[in-house]
Design a protein around this ligand. Structure first.
Ligand SMILES: [Mg+2]
Length: 383
């Protein structure tokens, strides 16, 4: 049996802010998208603010109605990323097998850490105390035999919880939970299930698997397995530097024609997608960088279905180019990066049809490279 932890930071952004401004401690405070605009939203609220019902995604206006003296702090993502890498650095002291799931949470496989650091509970306790004492940051930790149950366990007690949830406990603990609480379930799927009378995770677990597969395809297996506490996915080490992967190119000549830009994008997205596939990663945020000959640079991003296929990344990049192209502004550099990366079991993700389609695109790209590549591109900078 494996020993898996999920470490989830509590109220991460606002706790980071409290590290550098101690006056925020013990007072209701929140990080919010530009407080100048009262329609901005709450990105993180501390536990004092939560006592007044102030929650993430509420508008600033709504929050101030609940507690007029709420302290609002502008977000500083660069700082949160710095704090986040300090957190992960501490986690790496216990095991090298860490899968970073987001800026504030990671799975750890500590199966082979027992000799050095004790039981999973010892390790979780040590991590929680050290994050609190050394960094002033709080976390909740879930302990189990697989990633899914560890994640579900971590949500049970917040803040500063340590919760175990093993397969033999799921009937008592997991099954009574509402079906929408199942990790990995989308809003739409949850609604569909509730409409059919599947209200709890237990209801889902006792559904006929054939019915779920008929209704949701491959995803039906996921729902059936997870609700029964089954998850064989390994903790797939994703290094912090792999959280995004990108390339940019300085162009030989400034370009004003979007068609030319798309050709360059084909080369860049192909290179990025190949790197992702080699590292067995997939991403769900595509960012395009455009630098004009005035040296002004813009970044535009969009969400996609998790993927490492050239076509998906290329299509998103082209959409972003189309939405932001200005024929009056010559462009001297283009870049693309893919973020929110996750480890991926390739065999499940890429069915045969996808491969075929993808191979066709690769051929097209090779043609493009022969035709235009050498003239268009001066040199490659791998980010
Ligand atoms: Mg989290």
């Amino acid at each position: 049996m494996r020993d898996i932890l999920l470490v989830d930071m509590n109220a991460f952004f606002i706790m980071c802010e409290s590290r550098r401004d101690k006056t925020l401690l013990n007072k209701p405070a929140a990080v919010a998208g530009d407080p100048k605009y009262r329609s901005g939203i709450i990105l993180a609220s501390n536990y004092e603010a939560r006592k007044y019902g102030i929650r993430v995604t509420m508008t600033i206006n709504e929050a101030l109605k609940l507690y007029p003296d709420l302290i609002l702090v502008k977000p500083d993502h660069a700082y949160y990323e710095k704090c986040s890498s300090q957190v992960f650095k501490l986690l790496y002291e216990y095991t090298p097998i860490i899968e970073i799931n987001s800026i504030d949470e990671a799975w750890m496989d500590v199966t082979n850490s027992r000799k050095l650091f004790g039981t999973p509970l010892d390790i979780a306790t040590s991590i929680q105390n050290r994050l609190k004492d050394e960094m002033g940051l709080w976390c909740s930790i879930g302990i189990s035999e697989n990633k899914f149950l560890a994640k579900m366990a971590s949500d049970i007690k917040k803040p500063l919880g340590i919760t175990t949830l093993y397969k033999n406990e799921i009937e008592d603990v997991l099954w009574p939970m509402p079906v929408r609480n199942l990790y990995g379930i989308g809003k739409v799927t949850a609604e569909k299930l509730i409409n059919e009378g599947v209200n709890t995770i237990g209801d889902l677990a006792t559904c006929d698997v054939a019915y779920l597969v008929k209704k949701f395809g491959k995803y039906g297996f996921y729902l059936y397995n997870r609700s029964n506490g089954i998850d064989d996915d390994p903790v797939c080490p994703v290094q912090a530097e792999n959280l995004s992967c990108g390339r940019m190119e300085t162009l030989a000549q400034d370009i004003i024609d979007i068609k030319e830009a798309k050709k360059v994008m084909a080369l860049l997205t192909d290179s990025v997608a190949r790197t992702l596939r080699r590292r067995k990663l997939e991403g769900s945020v595509v960012t395009v960088q455009i630098k004009y000959n005035t040296f002004k640079m813009i970044n535009r991003q969009m969400q996609i279905e998790q993927s490492n296929l050239t076509k998906d990344i290329y299509n998103a990049a082209c959409k972003l180019l189309e939405d932001n192209w200005d024929e009056d502004k010559p462009v001297r550099l283009l870049g693309v990066s893919v973020g929110s990366l996750k480890g991926k079991d390739m065999q499940i993700s890429m069915d045969f049809q996808d491969r075929e389609k993808e191979e066709k695109l690769e051929e097209t790209i090779d043609e493009l490279k022969d035709k235009f590549g050498k003239n268009l591109i001066k040199r490659g900078n791998v980010l």
